[in-house]
Design a protein. Structure first.
Length: 82
């Protein structure tokens, strides 16, 4: 059974419940991410532990290795840039 509804202000107003749920989840994720970024800027912490920062949690060595991996993946994806 396919559940359908009508959302008049959407480009295609006759939509399935699945599409509505995907839209709601996408918007929730987007706005939660924005709120997390703002919180990080306000209190200078990341993660879920109060007073913790990613640098303190994982250490400089972790971030150096992580950065190297990302740069290597980018170079492999576009050899002309590397």
């Amino acid at each position: 059974m396919i559940c359908a509804t009508r959302v008049p202000r959407w480009p295609r107003p006759n939509v399935k419940l699945f599409n509505v749920l995907v839209h709601v989840l996408t918007e929730t994720n987007r706005h939660a991410g924005h709120a997390d970024i703002l919180r990080e800027q306000l209190d200078s912490t990341v993660g879920t532990e109060a007073g913790s920062t990613a640098q303190q949690q994982l250490g400089a060595a972790f971030w150096e290795i992580h950065r190297t991996k990302i740069e290597q993946a980018a170079s492999e994806a576009d050899p002309a840039q590397g």
